[in-house]
Structures are given as C-alpha cells and as structure tokens.
Design a protein around this ligand. Structure first.
Ligand SMILES: [Zn+2]
Length: 343
C-alpha cells in the first residue's frame, strides 16, 4: 500500500485524487492567484510524475492534453500523478507567453523567494512540484505564429531520459541542448529525468498534437510501470532522433508563399517558399541550406528580413523519416469529415 501524498498541506490518501490550489500571490485587484494542481495518488507505491503545461502562458495545447489525461481511468495507477495544467497563470489570463513584468518564466528558473515575479513563481514550482517528483514532462507548443511538428526534446545522454523519450513515441526526438534558466535545466540539475514535448502552435488547439501528447504521456507512464501494459499493444513506430537542427531565415522582408508543409523532407537548395512585395514586382526564393525534415515553421506570411521561417532537422535518411512521419500523423489525425471532438 502506498503512503498518503501531501501537497500544499492537503493529504491525498492512496487510491484517491484531490484538487490542490497552491497560492502563488495576489493580483493588484486584490484577488488571490492559485496554481490548480490535480494529484492522483495510486493504491500502490511507484514513481511520482509531474506533467505541466503553459509555462509559456499562451501555449494551450498542453492544457487540453492534461484535461484529457485526467479523464482517463487511472484506478490502476501505481505511484502519483501530479498534473499542473497552467503553470504561468499570469500569462495564461493575459493570453501571453510572458509574465506581466515581461519576463519569460522558462528563462527564470531556478528563481528565488525574493526575486522578480517570474523568479518567485519559478521558485514555488520547483520547490512544491519538482521537489516531490521523481520524473517530469513539460508540455509546450511553438511560439506565437509558429507551428511545431510533434516532437520530444530531451538530453539523451541520460539513459533514463532516453528510454522515456522513446516510450513517448512522438515521431521525432531532438537531442536538445539545455537553455539557461529553463525548467528543464533546473529539473535536470536536481537529477530528475524530464521530457519536453513541443507540438502545434500558441493559442490554438491542434487535434493531432493533442492526441499524440495524451498517448505519449500514457506511454511514458506504462514504461515507468505506473500503468499496466496496454491490452492491445499498438504497432508503434520507432521515433527518429535528429542529429542537429537549424532555422532557415528570411533573406528579405515581404509576403511569404509557402512551398513546403510541416513534416516534409527537403533537399539542399530546394525552394521552401517565395517572398514577394505586395505588388509582386520583386520576388526572392527561400532555399534550404541542407537536407532535412521541416519540424517547425512560421504560419504568418508577413515576414521581416532575418525572421526564422523554417526549422529543419537533419537526419541520415530524411526522405524515409518524412515518410514515417506522414504515416504516424495520418494514423493519429482525425479524418476531417467524421471528426467529433472528445468530451
Ligand atoms: Zn514554450
């Protein structure tokens, strides 16, 4: 039998779940701000997994991923699931990536008790949530006007993280460097393996990204033996690990017409898009600088010189990777004519 799990002074007995509201401060209206956390404590002991979203307040796919995760039957759970759907509660209210002081929460870790608003929120999250967890998953989307192919970013030199990244089953894994001040860096420094899932676009729901996310978290929980193995083990495709990635930038300012979709393979010097002025009198090709697969892109056609347009990941066999990505997305995306949103 597991022990009761205590968070923010609330005790969650084994086999039960509770909503915990962690106080994070007060708004200038006087209203108190709380972080809503759902704790599901399993009957038997096991890992303690935190899953969080909206560290960037406008990245809302992950909020829906967590809602759907919590609707699943979790009666057979071993260990504890700690779900935090909205970490940057200030940004979420304002539909903004940032905090009201214009700071980026994901550059403010580990934070401090007496620092800026962002530093204090970072500190609270690290102490209260990461401090009681053995594993973590942080859910993100592309920034505003950018879309990402579903992908895992993780430090694969850690064997535990590598195993979990593969169990998540997103089509692509980027062995990504740690960013200074990021949640991932702070969590890794505490020796807690963490995956970062990137999929879709800020302020939008993307059904394929959401489904891939829910399935991925369940896959990780099964790998950690928090959930029993699937009754119908799916024929899962092995994810591809990118060697490196780079951004193709706008050579000139103007209006962009796309020639490439997310997940497609590109060859060096291939035209990815064409930038024109509004009268169409001047046109510039945007060309791939290397072979690869498009894993992120702008969705806003109005571009300034130097803007990051296409995020291209490099693989040994990009055409084969793109084929597999296409199959994976087709399998998980709903057919457009028969789609009914889940409850
Ligand atoms: Zn983000």
């Amino acid at each position: 039998m597991a022990e009761p799990f205590v968070l923010g002074g609330v005790e969650v007995p084994p086999g039960q779940r509770r909503t915990v509201e962690l106080p994070v401060g007060r708004r200038f209206t006087g209203a108190e701000l709380v972080l809503p956390v759902e704790v599901v404590n399993g009957r038997s002991p096991g890992p303690r997994l935190f899953v969080c979203a909206a560290v960037h307040g406008d990245e809302i796919n992950g909020v829906e991923i967590i809602r759907r995760l919590l609707r699943r039957p979790l009666r057979s759970l071993s260990g504890t699931l700690i779900a935090v759907p909205i970490v940057n509660i200030y940004g979420f209210i304002g539909l903004s990536r940032y905090l009201p002081d214009r700071r980026d929460l994901n550059r403010s870790f580990p934070g401090s008790e007496r620092g800026s608003l962002a530093a204090r929120l970072a500190n609270t999250f690290l102490d209260e949530i990461v401090g009681v967890s053995t594993h973590g998953i942080d859910l993100h989307t592309g920034a505003i006007h950018r879309a990402n192919l579903p992908q895992i970013r993780a430090s694969l030199e850690q064997t535990d993280t590598d195993r979990l990244a593969r169990a998540f089953g997103a089509p692509v894994i980027l062995d990504a460097n740690l960013r200074d001040g990021s949640l991932r860096q702070a969590v890794m420094e505490r020796g807690v393996p963490m995956l970062l899932y990137e999929a879709g676009e800020a302020l939008r729901f993307d059904e394929g990204s959401i489904r891939t996310g829910v399935r991925g978290i369940v896959g990780v929980m099964r790998e950690l033996r928090m959930l029993p193995p699937s009754q119908r083990p799916a024929q899962r495709q092995r994810p591809y690990v990118a060697n490196s990635s780079h951004w193709v930038r706008a050579p000139e300012s103007g209006i962009l017409r796309d020639r490439i979709r997310l997940g497609a393979a590109v060859a060096k010097d291939q035209v990815l898009g064409i930038i024109a002025d509004p009268l169409g009198s001047r046109e510039f090709d945007v060309r791939a600088s290397r072979d690869g697969v498009v894993i992120g892109r702008t969705v806003l056609p109005l571009v300034n010189e130097g803007d990051a347009l296409y995020h291209v990941a490099c693989f040994a066999r990009p055409v084969r990777v793109a084929d597999r990505i296409g199959q994976a997305l087709e399998a998980i995306n709903p057919p457009t004519d028969s789609y009914e949103p889940p409850s």
